[in-house]
Design a protein around this ligand. Sequence first.
Ligand code: R5P
Length: 306
Amino acid sequence: MCMKDFLLFSGSSNLPLAHEIAKTLGVSLGKVDLERFADGELRPWIQEDVRDKTVIVVESLFNPIDEHVMELVLMGDALRRMAPKNMIAVIPYMGYSRQDKLHRLGEPVSARVIAKFLEVSMFSEIIAVDLHNDAIVGFFEVPVMHVSALPLLSEKVKAMNIKNGVIISPDVGGVKRARNLAYLLDMDMVVMEKRRFLDKHDSSEMYQIIGDVKGKTAVIIDDIISTGGTTAAAATSLKEAGAARVIAMTTHGVLVGDAVEKLTQAPIDEIICTNSINIGSEKKFDKLRVVSIAPLLADAISTLVR
Ligand code: R5P
């Protein structure tokens, strides 16, 4: 397939990233009108000829998440009715991914529901970035190219020339991610134990640190920083345990509620996240550095449309 046989579209959640991916691939974004009726119903209108072409839609499933889910699903349905050759959904951030299991009876397994929605829209392949849990790939009946921003993030740490560094998993669920980063950076790994309260949303407390951080630069790696509670609490515990410096890294800078304030005040020297979610000016603060995943996603797309 020649590069011109595909068309790249974007929903409205992360246009800066979509434009950057398009630029890297040497194409422009396909035209789509995302109109709404007076009652709020979305009415996407694709204004390109997609017949026999591969169509790719970039949409980050972030706040207002339900609107973005519907955008992706309805754009998918509009596209499939125009007889494309195949359809790929690029999901830089998959919201609902933390609801990947039945946490308690009476709740849904929402990540699986999202996967089913995308299948109904006839997406034939998915590109996803650092899913909360690898097992989510299995929720999709279609192939999922699950790419990781860890190599990009690790390059930033390498550039800091840290002498006495240790990689921190802020909870037991993140051990594999931390282990992978520790491997990339040839550093040791330390695990923290976190307890979540099911009856209190977005709330957790740190339990204990399993490993030695005294006098070291602690590099926390998490998939998501949402309210900043986990990262701020982890940083405070690490400092109390004698860590010399704390650096926090994440793929998905969700940064909601008072995250910016909490992280500004936390004993963290630097925070690095990617642009899987658009980091608007209201979320930018001094300690925060944003790494672009556009090259990563452009590479992944090139592999599929080659
Ligand atoms: C939880 O399992 C995730 O890996 C993150 O630790 C969590 O989502 C971070 O959320 P918050 O920033 O609200 O503590």
